[in-house]
Design a protein around this ligand. Structure first.
Ligand code: ANZ
Ligand code: ZN
Length: 819
């Protein structure tokens, strides 16, 4: 391959770059515009894999482009280094999670250095370092002071395998997101972040992200927050002082309510259950407590429930509604109790038909009677059987009945969210300790700021960390027993650790001033660098990580620490790397090892293959990728650089005009494609320029022509975004000074961008009458008009009528006059 030795080039430039440090971000203002390129930081599980290779190749392109554009670029790297896998590995190997974690970090760091993303290594951070988690604790305490961190008892998701609680977000289809075990419910006291206070702002601020984040991510966030509007309606309960409030999205159907249903596991059910129904109710409730959430929500399941022996009074017509308990009503949504309108809600209809409860149509939708068909009619129509709102449409009826309820004080407009508060405490060791002390006389006492960090207790390892349902930290009695910071009496530390999503909700702030000792970040530096200009990472974080990061940003805004409300201006979700049409997996045996690929082909080939395979959002099938083609291309680039004379600074304007035009067009189009994140097309354009250069050397003006040098230099600079080693080597071969990343992005001479003209012959009855200079891509219509408008043609026709015009763009027009 013509002396192109990718491994030798890699070794040479990796060492040189480590000396040159071309990617250092500058803290001080030096007149350059700033840009912040962020990649989702890795979890240190083993070495880097193909997925990392793709994500970081993609994230590197805008960063390197901005370097070339002369911006002051922040492109940091760090590790999300707390978490369960480290702890499980430590139990297995009878070691400490830190050993596994920091060994893996070193492995990944070495691989990253060879893979060579344009990182500023001086800003490296690890969330498991006490210097980092000190500030995670500091932020927790600020949340606590603002009432945004609180403890409450209740039903929580419990993973029986990992022996820890899970946030709702970590339960996928009823299973533990991490290990796939069926999740159970347990009643426990846990710490929560009050993200629900920010539900509206999390929704509304998405307007800022429209068109800049992938649509599907915005949709997932909207659905997750799940805002619905309707009304709260108060129902008097016979024999109870306080009315019970239900939430409904359909107050227009209030006259169609025929019974009421309380969630079987809600305290209200237990409270109002009549004595003679208690035994049946308790048996039913115990059954329900063993059900998983998916079972409860399944629409296909036969409805179950028990009558509680009590009645509610419909506030609009005074009707008595029997109150039932069932599992299809959830305790933690709305008020945990509903008015059932079987005619217009399928779940209510199923229940009514099973237990022989009445069905009354109050919206005439034109559909057959639900009581007969068993199919509820949730659609729009004229309201019937509903007194003052009869004849109104659904929306008008909703507005009117809400007004009526408000006038009478028995109801009001209401908004509900699917979003729940974020459960942040975990009963595991390898996480950030919660900086709270529990004192018998003072209750919860925050650890004073000057006593942070509360570091993890020493001496625990291996089997000490095995899951046992309570936090392993509780075993470290010396660590647990402290004196109360408030009263000095005996107290104990909170033994839970934080969900690792807390650590990753603010790391991008820390990068702006990683060594800062007076706070989580230097407010001034964050003001200069943020928001992040481009965030690159996997769509698996579309909900959790991004929602939490957005939430943290808004809290920091409210604290006056940042002056923006959204942390990430643009988001790019790269596709997956698959092999032979399937996700890589051990069981399928279709895994592709990144280290092996790099050893065989070199970093640049792997990067280029991944970037050239398609748009960055698309999945890449490694089986379809041509590493061989990429190798050949890079060696062509290398050979051209070797052949071109090493005298820089020649006057390019004297060079071959055809090649100069190709170079200008390539610059122009590549720039556009990069800005539109079509990196594959940008690479294709560079490939075309390389071919044109080859041709110019072999069968054109030859390697000494200034236009050839111009083309070769342009290739080196543009290629530095995608194949940095080969680009740097070519740049040096061309006699230029490293690093190529500071060469400056080329700009195209506008004069050279004007499209070349083609000569078009215009004939009348087969005789040439005019020659026109036209663009090569001219359309048939435009060319015909141009020909007929030509003064020479008009002259020659002398007013004769035309029989037909034959147009063959861009070369010939033949006009046939009538005889
Ligand atoms: C009466 C009604 C009539 C309802 C009708 C719907 C259709 P979203 O859109 O998800 O907010 N609901 C309220 N609280 C509930 C709970 N804790 N568990 C289960 N279901 C609950 O849904 C709101 C609707 O879901 C509410 O409106 C209520 O049923 C039910 F033709 O009230 B509706
Ligand atoms: Zn105390």
């Amino acid at each position: 391959n013509d002396g192109y030795d990718p491994r030798a080039i890699q070794d040479k430039w990796q060492a040189r770059w480590e000396e040159l440090e071309p990617f250092k971000a500058e803290e001080k203002d030096d007149g350059r515009e700033r840009r912040y390129a962020l990649d989702m930081f890795p979890y240190p599980s083993g070495d880097l894999h193909m997925g990392h290779a793709e994500a970081f190749a993609i994230g590197d392109v805008p960063a390197r482009y901005w370097f070339q554009r002369g911006f002051n670029v922040l492109h940091p790297i760090g590790w999300d280094s707390f978490g369960l896998p480290a702890e499980n590995a430590a139990i297995k190997r009878n070691s400490h999670p830190a050993e596994w974690t920091y060994d893996n970090i070193e492995t990944q760091a070495a691989s990253f250095r060879r893979y060579a993303p344009s990182f500023d290594w001086s800003r490296r951070l690890h969330t498991s370092d006490p210097e980092y988690y000190k500030w995670t604790q500091w932020l927790f305490l600020r949340f606590y002071e603002r009432g945004l961190a609180y403890r409450k008892g209740g039903n929580v998701n419990w993973c029986p395998k990992d022996q820890t609680v899970l946030a709702n977000e970590q339960v996928v289809g009823g299973h533990c997101e991490r290990c796939g075990t069926l999740v159970e419910k347990r009643v426990l006291t846990q710490w929560y972040f009050k993200i629900t206070d920010y539900a509206d702002r999390l929704l509304d601020d998405m307007d800022q992200l429209e068109g800049k984040w992938p649509d599907r991510v915005l949709l997932m966030q909207r659905n997750w927050i799940g805002r619905s509007t309707g009304a709260d309606v108060d129902f008097v309960i016979e024999g109870r002082d306080e009315p019970v409030t239900v939430y409904t999205t359909r107050p227009d159907t209030l006259y169609g309510a025929t019974f009421m249903v309380v969630a079987a596991d809600a305290p209200l059910a237990e409270e109002i259950c009549a004595p003679e129904h208690r035994a049946a109710f308790e048996a039913y409730r115990d059954e329900v407590s063993r059900e998983s959430e998916i079972e409860r929500l399944s629409a296909e399941r036969e409805k179950t429930g028990v009558f509680l022996g009590r009645y509610a009074v419909n506030p609009v017509n005074g009707e008595r509604l029997p109150i039932w308990a069932s599992d299809y009503v959830l305790a933690d949504y709305g008020h945990g109790v509903i008015m059932a309108v079987p005619a217009h809600d399928q779940r209510d209809l199923d229940f009514a038909l099973k237990f022989g409860l009445p069905v009354r149509v109050v919206v005439d939708t034109g559909q057959p009677d639900p009581a007969e068909t068993g199919v509820a009619t949730p659609g729009d129509g004229a309201i019937v059987n509903s007194g003052p709102i009869d004849g109104l449409s659904k929306d008008d009826a909703i507005a009117r009945i809400t007004e009526i309820l408000e006038e009478r004080g028995t109801g009001r407009a209401s908004v509900n969210y699917r979003l729940r508060d974020w459960l942040v405490s975990r009963q595991r060791f390898w996480g950030c300790p919660i900086p709270i002390v529990h004192c018998e006389s003072c209750g919860e006492v925050p650890v004073p700021d000057d006593q942070l960090p509360v570091t993890l207790p020493e001496g625990l390892r291996g089997a000490d960390l095995a899951p046992k349902g309570t936090s392993p930290l509780a075993a470290a009695t010396d660590w647990v027993n402290v004196s109360c910071p408030k009263c000095g009496g005996a107290a104990t530390r909170d033994t839970d650790t934080m969900d690792t999503f807390v650590d990753s909700s603010w790391y991008f702030f820390r990068y702006c001033s990683p060594g800062y000792e007076d706070g989580p970040f230097d407010v001034e530096q964050v003001r200069k660098w943020m928001p992040v200009d481009q965030y690159t990472g996997g769509v698996e974080h579309a909900i959790l990580h991004l929602l939490y990061s957005r939430f943290f940003t808004k809290v920091l805004y409210d604290m006056g620490m940042v002056d923006f409300t959204e942390p990430f201006r643009r988001l790019l979700n790269q596709g997956q790397v698959i092999n032979q049409g399937k996700a890589m997996s051990k069981s399928l045996g279709n895994g592709v090892d990144l280290g092996e690929q790099i050893a065989e082909f070199g970093v640049d080939v792997v990067r280029l293959a991944l970037l050239f395979a398609g748009p960055p959002e698309d999945d890449i099938d490694w089986a379809d990728v041509s590493t061989h083609g990429m190798s050949k291309f890079l060696s062509r680039v290398h050979r051209i650089a070797t052949e071109v004379s090493s005298a820089p600074g020649v006057d390019v304007t004297s060079g071959d005009p055809a090649l100069r035009r190709v170079t200008a067009r390539t610059i122009d189009e590549t720039t556009t494609q990069i800005e539109n994140q079509r990196f594959n097309v940008a690479i294709a354009r560079i490939m075309e320029l390389v071919s044109a250069t080859r041709k110019a050397i072999d069968s054109g003006p030859g390697p000494a022509d200034p236009a050839v040098r111009e083309a070769a230099e342009t290739v080196a600079v543009m290629l530095s975004l995608f194949a940095p080693y080969t680009a740097e080597e070519a740049w040096e071969l061309l006699g230029r000074e490293a690093p190529v990343i500071r060469a400056g992005w080329p700009s195209a001479d506008p004069a050279l961008l004007v499209e070349e003209a083609v000569t078009c012959v215009v004939q009348i009855a087969g005789k040439v009458r005019d020659r026109l200079e036209v663009p090569p891509g001219i359309t048939e219509q435009d060319l015909e008009r141009l020909a007929l408008d030509s003064p020479k043609i008009k002259d020659a026709l002398g007013g004769a009528e035309i029989a037909k015009v034959i147009v063959r763009p861009p070369k010939i027009v033949n006009i046939v006059p009538k005889r």
